[in-house]
Write a protein that binds this ligand. Structure first.
Ligand SMILES: [Cu+2]
Length: 93
């Protein structure tokens, strides 16, 4: 039983540390050649960014060829030297 509780607690701790911030958006333009995407995004609490349409860098693991203008998506970002990169992105149904 103790083991189970310990395992559960470590799971909870992991979730807190890795707690991902999902932001909803809509694809406006895809620039596959430069690994960039223009999104209309919602307010982003972690960086206090108002809703707007703007370009993002995209990590190469994300298959940009599967995205089209008008797709509703949610994504996670990281800030690198003042620019925003999308690290995870998925389509919303
Ligand atoms: Cu923005």
């Amino acid at each position: 039983m103790k083991k189970v509780i310990a395992a559960l607690l470590s799971l909870v701790a992991l979730r807190v540390v890795a707690s991902p911030e999902w932001v909803n958006g809509e694809v406006v333009r895809v620039d596959q050649a430069r690994n960039r995407i223009v999104l209309k995004h919602e307010y982003i609490p972690s960086i206090k960014m108002a809703p707007m349409t703007m370009p993002f860098g995209v990590v190469k693991e994300i298959p940009l060829d599967q995205y089209r203008p008008g797709d509703k998506v949610r994504f996670q970002i990281k800030v690198v030297d003042g620019t925003l990169d999308i690290t995870v992105m998925e389509k919303l149904k």
